[in-house]
Design a protein around this ligand. Structure first.
Ligand code: FES
Length: 560
């Protein structure tokens, strides 16, 4: 594809460096202060490297080296690289939840780009929220952008078995709580699930979001499957640095790459991967930043269109390193090519079809053929009903089949503190099979060998997790959604076949409870927490901030 090339005068950075009068002189003076001669950067695309590195984000521990690789590529292609640190939004350490800071990162990325002399950006992320956060910010900033995914960490093994970050961690923790592992065994097994730098090596939220960003065309093809510490990852980073310089000259922006067709491809791929339930929230938010429509119904439709062919934890048995050696994402896309729009343009300037042409599968148990899938239909389904009028999500491929159609009494926990105080109460656990909202299995049941139960929540779960968990119930209870009206003992009916989730309480009684419902006291009365509480949208709208998701143009800054 040939695009009209930008001229030097059209580079955005020229507004700073070629500004008339004292302004331009001042900018050059400050660049010299940084040790750069004008020849280093003058008349070149300035490439911002947005890095989510920090010592707390151990999934990105290799980023200092990768930044050098990206810089090398930018220099080689005739650009000028500038590192712009972002908050790292470590999934493991940021509390109360990293989700709260995805929008913060998106705002930070957007404004860091807009307010500085940047012509294009390399986005460096991977740990769960960093991918959508960076993509949302770059999309709103409207400059050419390429994503460098952190890459998955290496396979872990314990006692001869594959150990996946998250998926195996939850299993061994349940075994420890049930008294089947000693504390030493539990700790030793867990250590194998974090063997190297890189993102969780299961098809959790990190791998799902980097893979979908790859399908959307925002990375070099197949970049998301390369293990973090593989030398191929260094080469990919350098090539991304080279490519972004050309993308600036071609003025190839996220709005040119992400289209309704590429979004459909991403949703279809999500189903074939049995991706994380979080992807529904993030993809919707990313689409809305580009003013494209994507709804939960689109995921529902796609779910019937394609089977799960990626045999990866938590729905399957392998890990991302196995996936890479089996051919990686490009090979998987070639398997499901009949379901994709192959004409979509991608970051390397080629179409998706050109990028996956001839991509071979080398292990047909890791990437299954369409006629021998891991699961006969898409991994994720969308439920609606009087408990979730605006939808809820269930990863059916990681659920217990017998629980997919189930009616049982609810046990309600008001919040996490309440749950932790009562979860292992023998009296509570001794009831038949209670329905729980996004909770650990109570110890008395674990001891009896129970490993799954229906859990319903307006919260999310880790993409590496498994079980019959109905999530993102919308509207949420905090704003008075029907979940807020449920009382312990109410019957709840889950019918995955009919895509429904209902509370079996008559409407008059629900109306009485609704009238008596009082909004809980705000969590925050100042600061970012208050901003978040006041402006966050519901799950079906991507949980973006209302003022960031809305259409409109933000003016370029005046340079002086
Ligand atoms: Fe960073 Fe899982 S904790 S990707």
């Amino acid at each position: 594809m040939t695009r009209k090339r930008k001229t030097v005068a059209e580079l955005r950075s020229q507004r700073w460096f070629s500004a008339p009068g004292a302004t331009g002189v001042h900018k050059h003076r400050r660049m010299k202060q940084g040790g750069f001669a004008p020849a280093d950067y003058e008349d070149k695309p300035v490439i911002g490297i947005l890095s989510t590195w920090s010592d707390f984000n151990t999934c990105h521990a290799h980023f200092p080296q990768r930044i050098e690789d990206v810089k090398r590529g930018v220099w080689e292609a005739g650009g000028f690289p500038v590192v712009i640190p972002m908050q790292s939004v470590s999934e493991s350490f940021v509390r109360p939840t990293s989700m709260m800071y995805r929008n913060f990162l998106a705002m930070e990325a957007e404004e860091a780009i807009r307010s500085q002399p940047v012509d294009g950006v390399v986005l460096m992320g991977g740990c769960d929220k960093t991918t959508p956060g960076l993509v949302m910010g770059a999309a709103s900033a409207g400059v050419p952008a390429i994503y460098v995914p952190a890459g998955p960490l290496l396979n872990g093994y314990w006692r001869g078995e594959r150990m996946g970050a998250g998926s195996s961690t939850w299993k061994t923790e349940a075994d420890y709580r049930a008294g089947r592992l000693t504390r030493e065994e539990w700790v030793a097994s867990g250590d194998t699930t974090a063997r190297s730098a890189g993102t969780c090596n299961t098809m959790g939220t990190a791998s799902t979001m980097t893979s979908l960003t790859d399908v959307l065309g925002l990375t070099l093809p197949g970049a998301s499957s390369i293990p973090a510490v593989d030398a191929a990852h260094q080469r990919m980073a350098a090539l991304s640095g080279r490519r972004i310089v050309e993308m600036v000259w071609e003025d190839l922006k996220p709005t040119d790459i992400v289209t309704p067709a590429s979004l459909r491809n991403a949703v279809i791929t999500d189903m074939a991967l049995s991706g994380s339930t979080n992807s529904l929230i993030h993809l919707v938010a990313m689409a809305r930043r580009l003013h494209l429509d994507l709804s939960l119904a689109d995921f529902g439709k796609a779910s019937e269109g394609v089977p799960v062919v990626a045999n990866l934890m938590p729905s399957g048995k392998y890990l991302m390193e196995d996936f890479y050696f089996a051919g990686g994402l490009t090979a998987l896309l070639n398997v499901i090519r009949e379901h994709l729009d192959l004409s979509c343009v991608t970051a390397n300037g080629k179409t998706l079809g050109e990028n996956i042409e001839g991509a071979e599968v080398f292990d047909h148990d890791v990437i299954r053929p369409l006629d021998n899938p891991v699961y006969g239909s898409g991994g994720l389904i969308v439920l609606t009903g009087n408990l979730a009028p605006r939808g809820a999500v269930l990863k059916r491929s990681a659920a217990t089949p017998e629980l997919l159609s189930h009616t049982g009494p609810a046990i309600v926990f008001e919040n996490r503190k309440d749950m932790m105080a009562r979860i292992d109460d023998p009296k509570l656990g001794a009831t038949a099979m209670p329905e729980w909202g996004m909770l650990p299995i109570p110890k008395p049941l674990l001891e009896k060998g129970v490993r799954d139960m229906v859990r319903i929540s307006d919260a999310r779960m880790s993409g590496t997790s498994y079980g019959t968990c109905v999530l993102h119930v919308c509207p949420e209870s905090r704003v008075g959604g029907p979940l807020a009206l449920v009382k312990t003992g109410d019957l709840i009916r889950l019918d995955a076949e009919k895509r429904s989730i209902d509370i079996l309480v008559d409407e008059a009684e629900l109306e009485r409870r609704r009238a008596a419902w009082k909004p809980p006291a705000p969590h925050y009365t100042r600061g970012y927490g208050e901003l978040y509480s006041q402006h966050v949208l519901q799950a079906d709208e991507g949980c973006d901030f209302d003022f960031l998701a809305r259409a409109g143009v933000t003016e370029e800054p005046e340079v002086h």
